[in-house]
Design a protein around this ligand. Structure first.
Ligand SMILES: Cc1cc2nc3c(=O)[nH]c(=O)nc-3n(C[C@H](O)[C@H](O)[C@H](O)COP(=O)(O)O)c2cc1C
Ligand SMILES: Nc1ncnc2c1ncn2[C@@H]1O[C@H](COP(=O)(O)OP(=O)(O)O)[C@@H](O)[C@H]1O
Length: 311
């Protein structure tokens, strides 16, 4: 998959099969659209193109709203789209200026003249262009004059399992990992760099790699303890993840830390990806570190039992 940061270096294709959207999560509803793109491209010897906007339009149009959380960073989204068999990913830098483009200009300048769109596939509820004025109906009316066809993925196909990025966000915020995994079609993951903590973990016999996530927009699931798998370089390990303020030691800021099973390496500064499988329990305040240590032993047993039964 080729990634383009803008449209300037894109060479027009002979038969582009295109969809556009933010696709946060690249969930099973989105995956229907990508399957359809692949099918059309195969039939016409075309190439699949995803047009996406980054930063997320809401971050640009409503920067004062700090509540927006996203399921994916751009890098994660790109990796998932590659897995979906997308040939070209175009990341349009979303700016206020870009948001003023009319749907007519968007169709003519970007879809037709730059990309060479012959088939456009969109979800039933997709809108685009200034004030979201462009709709499926309008596209369908205008498509013949621009020389492409448009296909709508009907509501019952996108929604047949009731999937939406909003529902996935809500499930993660409630610790309902099973629902999130089901809708995403894969486990939710966090990627970050290992930073130094207070060196208490090692003393308790459970060293924990503290993870720093470089974007404040990435959604962090509910505080609690989770059974996880951890990818370090090309190896995957079992582990248990803690998300919380560490009430036992009267901590004040949210920590994300993971104890990796059967692992003993100094990995400060390195990158880890954590796949979250199931909530074990909520965060709790213990009388002292000894009591917490006893609980950590139980958490490890619980995590191992969950990991053993993963599909
Ligand atoms: C699986 C797991 C569960 C944890 N549960 C709690 C908890 O319920 N309450 C709490 O205050 N801290 C909890 N912690 C956080 C510990 O307090 C933390 O790992 C310890 O303070 C070490 O911090 P450090 O990495 O900065 O040295 C948990 C940590 C892990 C790995
Ligand atoms: N099994 C393990 N799980 C997590 N980290 C480990 C493990 N073994 C060694 N480490 C290393 O130890 C560090 C965590 O030790 P810890 O005493 O909790 O220190 P800190 O407070 O700096 O996180 C990790 O960042 C990592 O470099």
């Amino acid at each position: 998959m080729k990634i383009y940061h803008g449209i300037d270096d894109f060479s027009k294709l002979n038969f582009a099969v295109v969809t556009s959207g933010t696709f946060d999560g690249v969930h099973v509803g989105h995956q229907k659209i990508f399957a359809r793109l692949r099918e059309i491209a195969r039939r016409h010897q075309g190439e699949t193109v995803v047009l996406t906007f980054w930063p997320h339009p809401r971050l640009v149009l409503h920067p004062e709203d700090e509540s927006l959380k996203l399921l994916n960073t751009f890098e994660e989204k790109a990796a998932f789209l590659k897995d979906q068999g997308i040939d070209h990913l175009i990341r349009i830098p979303f700016t206020k200026e870009f948001s003023q483009l009319t749907s007519e200009q968007f169709i003519r300048q970007i879809l037709v003249e730059t990309i060479g769109t012959k088939k456009l596939v969109i979800g039933y509820d997709h809108h685009f262009g200034k004030n979201r004025e462009g709709s499926f109906e309008q596209l369908k009316q205008n498509a013949p004059k621009y020389g492409f066809e448009v296909e709508e993925i009907p509501r019952q196909d996108v929604d047949h399992v009731g999937v939406s990025s909003t529902k996935i966000r809500k499930a993660l915020e409630e610790g309902d990992i099973e629902t999130a995994t089901h809708f995403l079609g894969k486990p939710y993951s966090l990627t970050g760099r290992v930073v130094a903590g207070d060196k208490l973990g090692r003393l308790m016999g459970y060293p924990t790699a503290n993870i720093e996530i470089d974007t404040k927009y990435k959604l962090i699931p509910m505080d609690g303890i989770y059974a996880v798998t951890v990818q370090h370089e090309h190896t995957t390990y079992g582990g248990m993840l803690y998300i919380g303020n560490r009430p036992t030691i009267n901590g004040t800021k949210q920590n994300i830390e993971v104890n990796i099973f059967d692992f003993n390496k100094d990995i400060y500064g390195e990158s880890l990806t954590i796949y979250i499988h199931k909530l074990i329990r909520g965060d709790a305040k213990f009388s002292d570190l000894e009591a917490l240590k006893n609980q950590l032993h139980l958490d490890q047993q619980a995590s191992l039992a969950i990991l053993k039964n993963l599909p």
